[in-house]
Ligand binder design. Structure first.
Ligand code: NAD
Ligand code: DAU
Length: 363
């Protein structure tokens, strides 16, 4: 491994956008446990995907502050950067679900493109006003979906794979990635970009594959598998993702890009069968047992990417990071979490969620 760069980012005053969402809230917990002396300010609009309960155990702690607000609100961002003397932004806030981007792309362009632009521009002016210090950092958390779709035998995505986004979601993330890159090249703003694969773990909203399958098994609803179920994803346990972002924030050079993957490629139908076996083993009162009987093949997602796979050699060789959690271990931990947190997910099956569900799965 190459010597780690000392970026002098030893003490962070962090603004975490989207910190009440799935990955953001796992990251905030990770950071507050590991770096209790750092200041952590969460900015989150609390859309349907944001949940203040995800952070309730941190409320009232001296080094933690929650602010409800929109990343497109320039004056709010200017105020927060100034009054909290922020030197690091970890930018998670986004519209994140592909199916919703097909139903309504406008919010994706607004938050993912305009919101990222607004943050970059505010952070640039803040950084310039405070002397263009090297210790500043804008971490943009992005996705492997910007690279498009792979065939079965294609080599995995590297950091130099050309962008070829296929959904409104991935196109909006690609747009934001290009802005981040441009701010480094044009203004020298110390940005870092990460593109990671499918995360899973605690606090993931029920619309995503793994929590949807866990929750539908528990309430005896069909387990909808799109198309032929042969689409492949690489599964990254959210705790591993957080540790990757930790090394990146502390040691990556400005302007760098890293792919982050779980080294766990699985096709959807195998993954759903693994989940069903875990549910049968761990849940005591399933309405339908064995729960694979609930598996239903449904119409495919329009433009459904066939395969994603990550080559994470760069982050391993340059920064010494590798994922630790296998999909077998991570799925067990995740199923156990959903089984013991019914009070967390039950309120999320709201009228809005049911309306969304009918649009995707029934119409
Ligand atoms: P999520 O949908 O669970 O959370 C998004 C959060 O952003 C929510 O708390 C929401 O309230 C907030 N938000 C949305 N619009 C906002 C706005 N305009 N202003 C302020 N806050 C706003 O998403 P996630 O799965 O945690 O993903 C986090 C980031 O990681 C996203 O940028 C996503 O593109 C990226 N990513 C996710 C995955 C994955 O598998 N989940 C994989 C790769 C990359
Ligand atoms: O690859 C990273 C991306 O992973 C992130 O950028 C996105 O924010 C995140 O949502 C995720 O996107 P996917 O579209 O891959 O995740 P999703 O959980 O929606 O679907 C995973 C796979 O499962 C995909 O092939 C579609 C399929 N699927 C999904 C759902 C919700 C089903 O077969 N049935 C379902 O009900």
């Amino acid at each position: 491994m190459a010597d780690l760069l000392d970026t002098s980012r030893s003490s962070c005053r962090l603004l975490v956008t989207g910190g009440a969402g799935f990955i953001g809230s796992n990251f905030v917990h990770y950071w507050c446990d590991r770096y209790p002396d750092d200041r952590v300010v969460v900015l989150d609009a609390l859309t349907y995907a944001g949940n203040r309960r995800n952070l309730e155990d941190l409320e009232g702690q001296d080094n933690f502050r929650f602010v409800q607000g929109d990343i497109c609100d320039r004056s709010l961002i200017d105020q927060l950067l100034r009054e909290e003397n922020i030197n690091t932004i970890a930018h998670f806030a986004a519209e994140s679900h592909v199916d919703r981007s097909i139903l309504g792309p406008a919010a994706f362009v607004q938050t993912n493109v305009v919101g990222t632009f607004t943050l970059l521009e505010a952070f640039r002016q803040h950084w310039e006003a405070t002397g263009r210090l090297d210790s500043y950092c804008f971490l943009h958390v992005s996705t492997d979906e910007v690279y498009g779709s792979l065939g079965l035998t294609d080599p995995a995505f590297t950091e130099t794979t050309p962008y070829a986004p296929n959904s409104p979601y991935s196109a909006s993330k690609a747009g934001s990635d290009h802005l981040v890159r441009a701010y480094y090249h044009t203004y020298g703003l110390p940005t870092i970009l990460t593109n990671c694969s499918n995360n899973y773990g605690p606090y993931q909203f029920p619309e995503k594959l793994i929590p949807l399958m866990c929750i539908n098994s528990l309430i005896g609803k069909q387990l909808p598998v799109y198309g032929d179920g042969q689409n492949i994803r690489d599964w990254l346990y959210v705790g591993d993702h957080c540790s990757a972002l930790d090394v990146v924030i502390h040691h990556a050079k400005p302007g760098e890009t890293y792919n982050v993957g779980g080294n766990n490629e699985v096709n959807n139908i195998d993954l759903v069968n693994m989940l069903c076996q875990l549910m049968d083993e761990l849940a005591s009162d399933l309405p339908v047992h064995p729960c694979h009987q609930l598996i239903t093949f449904v119409k495919d997602r329009p433009g459904h990417d066939r395969r994603y796979a990550i080559n994470a050699t760069k982050i391993k060789t340059q920064l010494g990071w590798m994922p630790k959690v296998t999909v077998k271990e991570g799925l067990r931990q995740t199923v156990e979490w959903y089984l013991t947190h019914r009070d967390w997910w039950e309120p999320l099956l709201s009228k809005e969620y049911q309306a969304y569900y009918r649009q995707v799965y029934v119409s």
